[in-house]
Design a protein around this ligand. Structure first.
Ligand SMILES: Cc1cc2nc3c(=O)[nH]c(=O)nc-3n(C[C@H](O)[C@H](O)[C@H](O)COP(=O)(O)OP(=O)(O)OC[C@H]3O[C@@H](n4cnc5c(N)ncnc54)[C@H](O)[C@@H]3O)c2cc1C
Length: 428
C-alpha cells in the first residue's frame, strides 16, 4: 500500500502535533480519526480553569520561544496575539535579593569555545575539557543550571552542538505569552479539525497497533478496535514503549530511547495580594523572573499582567529528585522556598494563599516527563523514526523535530505539519 493515497488516517494523540497533522490531512480531503487518551485535547498544553487563578493559567507550556514561525503563523490565523514579557529579573543567589543584571562570567571565552566545537560531546564533558579550572567554577555552575533547569536535560547526556544551536536560536524572537493563553491555540486547532470533518475521540488510550495486509488496527484500552489505512503516532517518546507495535515498527520505535526526555515540576501559587511588590523596601513591581538556590529555585510572575500569582519551576534532575512528593508537599516546598528567598514567616505566606497547583509531569501517565532534548544520538534516532519505511505507520511530535527549538510547541506544530506534508506530497 502507498500511504499517501490512503483515505483513512488514525492519529494517536491530540496534542499540538496530532492536531496539526490531523487538520492538514482532513483539509486535504482524507478521513481522519484522532484518538486521545485524556479527557481533553492539548496534551502538554494544559490550561487550568480560569476560576482557579483568575485567568487560564498554564499548567504546561507557557512561553513562545525564539522565531517560532509555525506558531506565530497559526496565531495570526487564529486571531491570537503575543503579549511581550518585559519586566526585571532578580536573583537571590548571592544571599541578597538583587536585580539579576550580571552577565555570564567568562561569556566571551565560553561562546568562543562553543563556536569552535566540531565533534559533538556531552555538555558536561565540554565544560570539564575547556573550563576545568577553579576560576571557572561559577561559569560551570551557571551553564549546568541552564541546561538542567531550562532544557530539563541531564548535562552528562545533552549534546553540546544542539545546546549551541538552541541558545543562539533563542535570541531570534521576543519571548512572550499568547495573550489569550495556549488553550486558545488548541481550541482553534480543534475547531479547524472538526470543520474539516476530522473525528476526535477522547478517553481513547491506544494500547496496541497492528498492521496487516495493508490495514492498520488500533486497540483501545476499553478493548475497542479501530481500523484505518495508516496511522501517525504523536505520543511523547516514553509512551512509545507502552504501545504494542508490529515487530519491524517496534525496532524503529526503540530508537526513541536515544532521545533525551527531561522532567519538570511546575508549582502555581495564587495569593490574595502581590505581597512581593514592595517587599523589604525594594521596588519589585515589575518582577519578571527570580532565580535562587532554594529547593524550588526559579520563579516568575505574570508581569505585565497584574495577577498575584507566582509560578515555581524545577527542571531536569532536580525535578526527578522530588518524584515521590505529593501535590500538597510540593506546594509546601514552594512556599518554604519563597519564605527563605524573601525572609518571610512561612505562616504569613500560607495565610495569603488563595489557590495552588503543583504538577509533576514525570508522574503524568500520558506524558511521563516534560519535553525532549538532544543527546549525541538524537539526530540519528530522529531520522530512523521520521523515515518512511514503506509501511503505514508514522511518527510525529516535538521530539522528532530536527530544528533548534526541540522541546517546544513550535517543534510539535512543525513536526505534525511536516509529517502530513510528506504523506500528502507525491514522490517525484
Ligand atoms: C511544564 C512544561 C512547560 C513547558 N513550557 C513550554 C514553553 O514555555 N514553551 C514551549 O514552546 N513549550 C513548552 N513545553 C513543551 C510543549 O508543551 C511540548 O513540546 C508540546 O506541547 C508537545 O506537543 P506534542 O503534540 O508533541 O505532544 P503532547 O502534547 O504530549 O501530545 C501527545 C498526546 O498523546 C496523548 N497520548 C499519550 N499516550 C497515548 C495513548 N496511548 N493513546 C492515545 N493518546 C495518547 C497525550 O495525552 C497527549 O495529548 C512545556 C512542557 C511542559 C510539560
Amino acid at each position: 500500500m502507498t500511504p499517501r493515497y490512503s483515505s483513512h488516517f488514525l492519529i494517536v494523540g491530540a496534542g499540538a502535533a496530532g492536531l496539526m497533522a490531523g487538520r492538514a490531512l482532513a483539509r486535504a480531503g482524507r478521513q481522519v480519526t484522532i484518538l486521545e487518551a485524556r479527557e481533553r485535547c492539548g496534551g502538554r498544553i494544559y490550561p487550568l480553569r480560569a476560576e482557579e487563578f483568575g485567568y487560564p493559567a498554564e499548567g504546561g507550556a507557557e512561553f513562545v520561544h525564539g522565531a517560532a514561525p509555525v506558531t506565530r503563523a497559526l496565531m495570526r490565523e487564529a486571531g491570537l496575539s503575543l503579549s511581550a514579557r518585559g519586566g526585571t529579573r532578580w536573583s537571590a543567589r548571592t544571599g541578597a535579593l538583587l536585580p539579576d543584571d550580571t552577565p555570564l562570567v567568562h561569556a566571551d571565552r565560553f561562546y568562543r569555545a562553543l563556536s569552535e566545537v566540531s565533534a559533538d560531546l556531552p555538555i558536561a564533558q565540554f565544560l570539564e575539557t575547556h573550563f576545568a579550572g577553579r576560576q571557572y567554577d561559577e561559569l560551570r555552575r551557571s551553564v549546568t543550571r541552564m541546561v538542567e533547569g531550562f532544557d530539563a536535560a541531564d548535562p552528562r547526556r545533552a549534546s553540546t552542538l544542539a545546546i549551541r544551536d538552541e541558545w543562539l536560536a533563542r535570541d531570534e524572537g521576543p519571548l512572550g505569552r499568547i495573550a489569550q493563553g495556549h488553550g486558545a491555540l488548541v481550541e482553534y486547532l480543534v475547531s479547524e479539525c472538526r470543520r474539516h470533518g476530522a473525528a476526535i475521540r477522547l478517553r481513547a488510550a491506544v494500547t496496541a497497533i497492528d498492521e496487516s495486509r495493508g490495514r492498520i488496527t488500533a486497540r483501545i484500552r476499553d478493548g475497542a478496535l479501530i481500523e484505518a489505512d495508516a496511522a501517525i503516532l504523536t505520543v511523547p517518546p516514553p509512551l512509545l514503549r507502552e504501545i504494542v507495535l508490529p515487530l519491524a515498527v517496534r525496532e524503529r520505535a526503540n530508537a526513541a530511547a536515544d532521545i533525551g526526555f527531561g522532567n519538570v515540576v511546575k508549582i502555581l501559587l495564587r495569593f490574595g495580594t502581590k505581597w512581593w511588590e514592595g517587599h523589604g523596601g525594594r521596588d519589585l513591581a515589575d518582577l519578571s523572573f527570580l532565580f535562587s538556590d532554594a529547593m524550588v529555585p526559579t520563579w516568575w510572575t505574570q508581569y505585565p499582567a497584574e495577577y498575584p500569582v507566582l509560578t515555581g519551576w524545577l527542571g531536569g534532575p532536580q525535578a526527578d529528585r522530588v518524584s515521590s512528593l505529593t501535590e500538597a508537599e510540593l506546594v509546601e516546598m514552594g512556599l518554604a522556598s519563597l519564605a527563605g528567598i524573601f525572609d518571610l514567616p512561612l505562616d504569613r505566606l500560607r495565610r495569603d494563599l488563595v489557590a495552588s497547583r503543583a504538577i509533576n509531569w514525570g508522574n503524568d501517565p500520558f506524558a511521563r516527563g516534560a519535553y525532549s532534548y538532544a543527546t549525541l544520538q538524537t539526530r540519528q534516532a530522529q531520522s530512523v523514526l521520521s523515515g518512511a519505511d514503506g509501511g503505514a505507520l508514522f511518527f510525529a511530535g516535538e521530539a522528532l523535530y530536527a530544528g533548534p527549538e526541540m522541546g517546544t510547541i513550535e517543534a510539535a506544530l512543525a513536526s505534525g505539519q511536516e509529517r502530513a506534508r510528506t504523506i500528502l506530497t507525491p514522490e517525484p
